[in-house]
Design a protein. Structure first.
Length: 284
């Protein structure tokens, strides 16, 4: 157990050192880019995860095709070994798909954790080296948000980045298979997806706006709480507790209002996303 934990620490340390080396190269370049430093550090593993995602998508579509062949076999007079072969192929495709998808998530989550720890360590070290002028531009709340929230957001989004190419491929292959089975009726489902696409893009932009408002509210709350803690002696001396409590609660209530609106909007988006496949099936 201790050896395994030590191996984890070594991998995390290697990822951090490699990221720092790549980031220093970017800092010395004319246009520094965080994304380039991240890609050069963990790009190979991310590419390997993409191959596993491609394998998962391929075997995901292999199941329905093999099932169609198995149904055709039942209606035909082909030898028994044909049916056994199709059944075994369905089992094998399911096993390989499961292995691919689980290895895919294992790799991207592992990359995400290394990326998150490297970014948190980098921001933490940089916060000790800020000049007085730089400290005036960046509040404690902003630095805390960079470590606690922004780094976690990058970690979370990694598992969905491959959907940028995987989703269009899945849609095209699905439409091709639908056209092969139902013909022109598949265009109805395509029409529904085209109609829903602008709505989903609009909802995505709205959620991004809510996220920005949420970050601004958190920055304001963390800044105010930090100022109160730093000047707590003066506040207690002049009995300003109630005034600052009221100020902090107003900021917190505003943050909760934004969070509540965001939760309602996210629930509405989830309903649309869940209802879309059913609507496509009904129209088709």
């Amino acid at each position: 157990e201790s050896r395994g934990l030590g191996d984890v620490y070594k991998r995390q340390e290697y990822g951090y050192e490699e990221f720092i080396r790549r980031w220093r190269q970017q800092v010395n370049s004319p246009k520094p880019s965080l994304s380039k430093a991240l890609f050069k550090t963990w790009g190979f593993l991310f590419f390997l995860a993409g191959l596993l995602k491609l394998g998962n998508d391929a075997f995901q579509f292999a199941g329905p095709i093999l099932l169609e062949q198995l149904v055709s076999f039942v209606k035909s007079d082909d030898p028994l070994w044909h049916g056994i072969l199709f059944a075994f192929a369905i089992f094998l495709a399911t096993v390989i798909q499961s292995l691919c998808v689980h290895q895919y998530f294992h790799i991207v989550f592992r990359i995400g954790m290394m990326l998150r720890s490297a970014l948190i360590s980098t921001v933490y070290r940089k916060s000790f080296k800020l000049s007085h002028a730089a400290r005036q531009k960046s509040t404690v709340g902003e630095i805390v948000n960079l470590q606690a929230i922004d780094a976690q957001r990058l970690c979370d989004i990694l598992s969905y980045l491959h959907m940028l190419w995987s989703a269009p491929v899945q849609i095209i292959v699905s439409l091709a298979l639908l056209w092969r089975v139902v013909g022109v009726a598949s265009l109805g489902g395509l029409g529904v997806m085209i109609v829903l696409m602008p709505i989903q893009l609009k909802m995505g932009k709205k959620m991004a706006e809510y996220q920005k408002k949420m970050m601004a509210a958190k920055d304001s709350r963390n800044k105010t709480v930090n100022e109160v803690l730093q000047g707590i002696r003066v506040i207690k001396f002049f009995a300003w507790e109630n005034s600052f409590i009221k100020k902090i609660m107003n900021i917190r209530n505003n943050e909760l209002s934004i969070l509540k609106s965001s939760a309602y909007y996210r629930a509405f988006m989830f309903v649309i996303w869940s209802f879309s496949p059913l609507l496509v099936s009904v129209v088709t």
